[in-house]
Design a protein. Structure first.
Lengths: 574, 360
């Protein structure tokens, strides 16, 4: 850092007089240092220090990986990640192919429901599925017993397969997005060429189309795997009652009193390393576009006529999407509006009391709703403001070494939320800052967590505008600030609203980061949901989830209106 | 008097020199083109004139005052120039009128004067009826004219154009290049025009600067540039040509398989040495019988290739006893069959000596 700074100063002293932009560079570098560099550094240092003396030790690693059940949790996570990924392939590939390449009807509805699955917080879906497939009391189990007269249900969501399933139905949209966007640019002529040589539809798909998009699929699979092992909410809801641990739930236990944050740090470091390594692998796969990049324009695109099979595919898509969207939404809304969810839909059982209780009677639930949106809004503004300044400097090459700033902006992408939370805890919970439990630490952690999304989008927005637009202002006599104000700002307005929403939406439901940083007065909705689930009051739980979901749908709807198109399902963010 | 002067101007990016020792002086009201293949440094030169790029050597002066040198660069907005970009850079969030008025507003021109100027220029570029449209509602040619109006209306010290026609289709391109010259004749703004298209440069320019690999090859008016190219690159880049490479020996110009009296080429030094000539295809004549005329180089040969291009015939001929192959352009009436024996007549007064291949 100091070296860069010196070179930077030198480069400028030689060429011109002192440039005030250097101050901006220093300021931005300092902010990124605070948000990104320092927490990760503290995480690693903490993991190597004895908690009371601060001397170097590897005892924390021995404590973290010394017991078989801690190692078992790590193994469970990897196994869970692998099974979820495989299941997601079965869900995502046929639907992506059908939507992108065939004449399957109802594509709009299918895309919309995939978006629905994408924006549903996985822990909320998990709660929906507890209502559907909880042993005996779950709706599907009761239906089974009613139909067959069996004494007990067949489904048990509190199990490893149950956890795999409820994670997969909310993770497959990643793979869908990767695969569909790759398929969208495969020229039909590639398939025509196979057809003219005598290959049928199935053979063409397997031998030509799929291999071409294989790197994209692998990339999506890696993202799915990593998202799964970093997930905290669903495992907390399912795995703990089912009496097994994964890495994230184990980390939480290190954090429950007596807090052993140095062991947690040591336990988290390998998770960080696995993630970094796999993202590096993914980048290489995606970058090797050799056989994906295709023919530029993509040539003529023609849909494959499936005949009656198109209804089979539609049926499959609707089946998968009813598992992830329709059924859980139905069970959640029923519970949210019921006095007792087990009594089913009846007029006598209907009530708005759950909402009333949450918003006006419960001590902290109402505040948690406000907190969530407040923190998410603040984090989105910070992330976009920061990304925009840096992306502008990088794209206009205003300063040397701006590339380092852009690297730091993207770096949190490879840090699992839960690891980031521990890093922030390690860096800013102790004095002098003692930020633990404040709104500030949550906002800053959310900002860091979603900075890469903000940066990727802000950078794309700037790159989308020809620099000549700005140069035209300057040659006519306007300064750089005028160019930004009169031309860049109006032209980027829409894409910036989109970028803001893309940070805001995930920030409203962020759980794993909030989990280790919240205090009594700074609970967010996601934390509140998990607290309520421990009380076992599913009606109120569902009502809170309902509020979160309704708000998300309204916001996404506003985004559609303002920004247009499927701004959430676009690739390139990942 | 000099309006704009480039003195020994250079720019390198890391180890690569994009522009090297470019010197050029423009008289007030002059229209000069920078012409060359892509990567020859012409756009870098233009952007240095505009102030977007800082030179690493030399300097730029306007009206005798320093604009750029490696230590000091007057920013683009302080140069009083205007520029037309390859993408036009019409601001899509402003109407045609707002786009054109932008520069005038920055100059705080009073409202009435401004309206008068605006209406005048919009009529000149025939956009009066479209003044309140947004750029997205205009065709490519109309957008181009908005860019022209926006650049000209402020009466800039110097007007810069960066391949302004490269995004238009062929017909429109011909129309617009005539339009650009018409506007120049009307307003007499000192202009620097960057293009890789020689006919654009020839139609519009008073003088053309041919550039290659970051250096100036030749600066001349279009006619001299075509008729008297000074380098092999210019001869090959401006129009088509044949290169005859040989040497002078005993008063004869000797080429592979053929020879001709060197003394017939006006002004040619007859000392023995390697020599190269540029021979334009339209300066070579084909005859069925040996021509009687004196003062031309004449070789028997045969037709080895031919193509009819409508406005002329394009022949490839090979002198007997030589593996040279010459391109010849003749009138459409001048018909020869493939393999026909012909007499090739070259007018020595119209061939141009260029530096020999080795040193080029």
């Amino acid at each position: 850092m100091a070296r860069y700074l010196r070179q930077l100063m030198r480069a400028h002293v030689v060429s011109r007089r002192f440039d005030p932009l250097i101050l901006l560079w220093v300021a931005l570098a300092a902010v990124l240092g605070f948000l990104v560099v320092n927490p990760l550094l503290r995480l690693i240092l903490t993991s190597l220090e004895a908690p009371d003396t601060g001397t170097f030790t590897i005892a924390n690693y021995l404590a973290a990986y010394g017991r078989p059940r801690y190692v078992q949790a790590l193994w469970n996570s990897l196994w869970l990640g692998a099974s979820v990924t495989v299941l997601c392939l079965f869900f995502a590939l046929p639907i992506a192919w059908a939507v992108s390449r065939t004449d399957m009807p109802g594509k709009g509805a299918v895309r919309l429901m995939v978006l629905g699955a994408f924006i549903t917080p996985p822990y909320l879906g998990a709660i929906g599925w507890i209502l559907l497939a909880g042993p005996n009391a779950g709706w599907l189990n009761r239906l089974w017993m009613a139909l067959t007269g069996a004494p007990e249900g067949v489904l048990d969501i509190y199990s490893f397969p149950g956890l795999t399933f409820i994670i997969a139905i909310y993770s497959f949209p990643y793979l869908f997005i990767f695969t569909a966007s790759a398929l969208d640019v495969v020229s039909s002529e590639m398939e025509d060429a196979a057809n003219i040589l005598g290959a049928g539809t199935l053979r063409t798909v397997l031998k030509v189309t799929l291999p071409m998009v294989l790197p994209a699929i692998l990339g999506g699979a890696i993202v799915t795997f990593l998202e799964t092992i970093a997930l905290f909410g669903s495992p907390a809801l399912i795995a703990i009652p089912a009496r097994f641990n994964v890495v994230t739930t184990q980390l939480q236990q290190f954090f429950s009193p007596p807090v052993r944050s140095e062991v947690a740090a040591a336990y988290a470091v390998p998770l960080l390393l696995v993630t970094v390594a796999m993202f590096a692998l993914q980048r290489r796969l995606i970058a090797r576009k050799g056989f994906v990049a295709l023919t530029g324009k993509g040539g003529e695109r023609r849909l494959i006529a499936l005949g009656p099979w198109r209804f089979v595919l539609l049926g499959y898509a609707l089946f998968v999407l009813s598992l992830s969207v329709l059924l859980p939404y139905a069970s959640l809304s029923q519970a949210a509006l019921a006095r007792a969810w087990g009594q089913g839909w009846s007029f006598a059982n209907l009530t708005l009391g759950n909402f009333y209780y949450l918003l006006f009677e419960h001590e902290t639930a109402g505040r948690s709703v406000v907190n969530s949106f407040l923190y998410a809004g603040a984090a989105a503004c910070l992330a976009i403001g920061l990304s925009l300044s840096i992306a502008y400097i990088v794209n206009r090459r205003l300063l040397p070494f701006a590339g380092m700033l852009s690297f730091l902006c993207m770096a949190p992408f490879v840090v699992p939320g839960i690891v980031l939370a521990i890093a922030f805890y390690a860096a800013y919970a102790p004095p002098p800052l003692a930020l633990y439990g404040t709104a500030l630490i949550l906002i800053l952690a959310f900002t860091t967590r979603f900075l890469p999304i903000g940066y990727a989008n802000a950078s794309a927005a700037i790159r989308g505008i020809n620099p000549e637009m700005e140069e035209a202002v300057r040659i006519l006599g306007g300064g750089r600030l005028l160019a930004v104000r009169r031309v860049m700002a109006p032209l980027m307005k829409r894409s910036l609203v989109g970028a803001w929403l893309l940070v805001f939406i995930p920030a409203t439901r962020e759980l794993s980061t909030a989990m280790f940083l919240y205090g009594p007065r700074t609970r967010t909705m996601s934390v509140m949901l998990l607290d309520l689930s421990e009380e076992g009051n599913f009606e109120r739980l569902a009502a809170l989830g309902f509020l979160l979901l309704a708000a998300t749908i309204v916001i996404v709807g506003v985004g559609f209106r303002l920004v247009g198109g499927d701004f959430m399902l676009r690739r390139g963010r990942s | 008097m000099t309006k704009l002067a480039l003195v020994d101007l250079g720019r390198s990016f890391g180890q690569t020199a994009a522009v090297q020792s470019v010197s050029l002086a423009l008289a007030p009201g002059e229209f000069v083109s920078l012409l060359g293949p892509s990567g020859c440094g012409k756009t870098t030169t233009l952007r240095m004139i505009a102030g977007f790029i800082k030179p690493t050597a030399g300097r730029i002066e306007m009206n005798g005052a320093l604009l750029s040198d490696p230590h000091r660069v007057v920013p683009p907005e302080k140069r009083g120039m205007s520029m037309i970009f390859q993408s036009y850079a019409i601001w899509p969030n402003m109407t045609v009128r707002e786009n054109v008025a932008f520069g005038l507003k920055l100059r705080r021109m009073p409202g009435e004067d401004m309206q008068r100027r605006l209406n005048l220029i919009l009529d000149v570029v025939r956009l009066g009826a479209l003044a309140d449209r947004y750029p997205a509602e205009l065709s490519g040619g109309q957008q181009q004219r908005v860019a022209l109006a926006r650049a000209i209306v402020i009466e800039p010290e110097v007007l810069l154009l960066d391949e302004p026609l490269s995004n238009l289709d062929a017909n429109l391109r011909e129309e617009m290049r005539a339009e650009i010259r018409r506007l120049h004749d009307e307003f007499r703004i000192t202009t620097v025009y960057v293009t890789h298209d020689q006919s654009e440069a020839m139609v519009t320019s008073d003088r053309i600067v041919v550039m290659s690999q970051g250096r100036i090859e030749q600066v001349d008016d279009p006619v001299s540039l075509y008729n008297r190219p000074r380098t092999r690159f210019v001869a090959g880049f401006i129009g088509r040509t044949n290169f005859l490479d040989g040497h002078i020996d005993g008063g004869m110009a000797v080429f592979p398989g053929i020879a001709a009296p060197a003394g017939m080429v006006p002004g040619l030094k007859l000392a023995p040495r390697p020599v190269s000539f540029s021979v334009r295809p339209n300066t070579v004549a084909l005859h069925r019988t040996q021509p009687a005329a004196d003062g031309i180089w004449c070789f028997p040969g045969r037709i080895v290739e031919r193509a009819f291009l409508g406005e002329h015939w394009d022949y490839g001929v090979q002198p007997d006893g030589s593996d040279l192959r010459l391109r010849v352009a003749t009138s459409p009436q001048d018909v020869h069959g493939l393999g026909d024996a012909v007499w090739i007549g070259i007018d020595p007064a119209r061939i141009v000596e260029i530096p020999p291949a080795e040193s080029a």
